[in-house]
Design a protein. Structure first.
Lengths: 210, 201
């Protein structure tokens, strides 16, 4: 209906023009041709669009939408506490006595084997001392006061070799094992394993040496 | 189509009316074309929708009835892990039942204690403005929604609006009948390792 009305309006507009008949005809047919061309071009463009994009059926469209289940209906994850790594180290308490490195002299060679129990207490099981007689006594007095965090138990060995030009203290931790009651997901790191005043960190070796 | 034999009285086209009509038609087509284009535009709009995966929260508040509440928070993960370690010999289904039973027994609290806990949570949130909390409120369909509204109104009393919450329909029976409940070790976005409780319905 709109198309018929449009043609009628164009026809009347052209009829009212004060130009020659031929020109009016040419003009009319040109306009018709242009309109026809546009209609053909429109059909051509529409053919390129997929059918479902031309015809929009609202009810059909909404029936296709899948409503996903809301989080919490299918399951819940409750975040737990942060698992903090455990550090095996000397507990910094007032009861812990520091060993004075300067008092050991330059000739002391002392090997100490100790056991750490479930509560982190140190029990000296064997000690061999040479070079400086008092050194062994000083070391054993200090070591017996050290208390470790109760995450590892077993044997720990200390090798004080003060005449050495390399590492003057070696701590062998290969005999230590993490406690069985610590949950497997918790990691146990080694922290401060000795409490000695005046020693350089470069003079200490920690690991499985002995 | 003859132009030459027109002997009729000239019927002048009223240009003003014609222009009016043209404008009306123009407006009509503009509006209709805009309306037609809307569904096409809607298709291209990306609306974030919930993903089909377990909801994640720090605290789950399961309303049971008007008097009791099942409050599950991060402290429960240690409890579940402990049971898993001790009762690992049980079949998975029996272990699930055992874990849920223990949790329900330990974490079901009367309403008065629940309101105190909510107050403590709000207080903690106020003391830690940088920390974001997420609380999931589960309510059975039969329970009047006013209970949920009461919980929400308490949770929104924070000074820094750092308690977020979500509401889901569900009963304690769903938790009791869950397919599995277990602890899962995950690394969060800050690199912290956490023991989370995962409940699958």
């Amino acid at each position: 209906m709109i198309h018929t009305a449009t043609v009628e309006i164009i026809y009347r507009l052209i009829s009212d023009m004060n130009t020659g008949k031929i020109i009016r005809r040419i003009l009319f047919f040109t306009v018709l041709l242009a309109a026809g061309g546009l209609a053909v071009y429109r059909n051509y463009e529409i053919r390129k669009i997929p059918y479902e994009k031309i015809m929009l059926n609202a009810s059909e469209e909404y029936s296709k939408i899948l409503i996903p289940p809301r989080p919490g209906i299918m399951g819940i994850t409750i975040t737990g506490e942060i698992i903090r790594p455990l550090v095996f180290s000397i507990i910094g308490k007032a009861t812990v006595t520091a060993l004075d490195w300067g008092r050991l002299g330059n000739r002391a060679v002392v090997k100490v084997t100790a056991t750490i129990d479930d509560k982190g207490r140190v029990f000296i099981t064997e000690m061999r001392s040479g070079g400086h007689t008092e050194a062994g006594l000083l070391i054993s007095e200090a070591l017996q006061t050290w208390i470790y965090t109760p995450y590892k138990t077993g044997t720990i060995k200390f090798f004080f070799n003060l005449p050495s030009k390399g590492r003057k203290l070696i701590i062998d931790t290969s005999g230590l094992r993490r406690r069985n009651d610590i949950p497997p997901e918790k990691r146990v790191y080694d922290g401060q394993l000795y409490y000695i005043n005046g020693i350089k960190s470069t003079d200490v070796g920690i690991g499985s040496f002995l | 189509m003859g132009f030459k034999n027109i002997k009729r009285t000239k019927e002048k086209v009223e240009l003003i009316s014609l222009i009016d009509m043209l404008f009306i038609l123009l407006v009509f087509f503009l509006v209709t074309s805009f309306v037609i284009r809307l569904p096409l535009q809607e298709r291209s709009i990306s609306i974030p929708t919930p993903e089909n995966r377990p909801g994640r929260a720090q605290i789950v508040i399961q309303l049971i009835d008007g008097n009791t509440v099942f409050w599950l928070d991060e402290t429960a993960s240690a409890e579940v892990r402990n049971i898993e370690n001790r009762m690992g010999y049980m079949s998975r289904s029996r272990l699930n039942t055992y874990i849920v039973g223990k949790l329900v027994q330990k974490y079901t609290i009367p309403y008065q204690e629940f309101t105190e806990k909510l107050g403590n949570l709000v207080h903690t949130a106020d003391k830690n403005p940088d920390h974001q909390y997420f609380v999931m409120i589960r309510s059975p369909d039969a329970l009047p929604y006013v209970h949920v509204v009461n919980v929400i109104s308490r949770l929104t009393k924070t000074s820094y609006n750092n308690i977020n919450f979500g509401c889901v329909g569900g009963s304690l029976k769903d938790i009791r009948d869950c397919n599995s409940i277990r602890t899962v070790t995950e690394v969060d976005s800050y690199g912290n390792r956490r023991n989370n409780i995962q409940i699958d319905f």
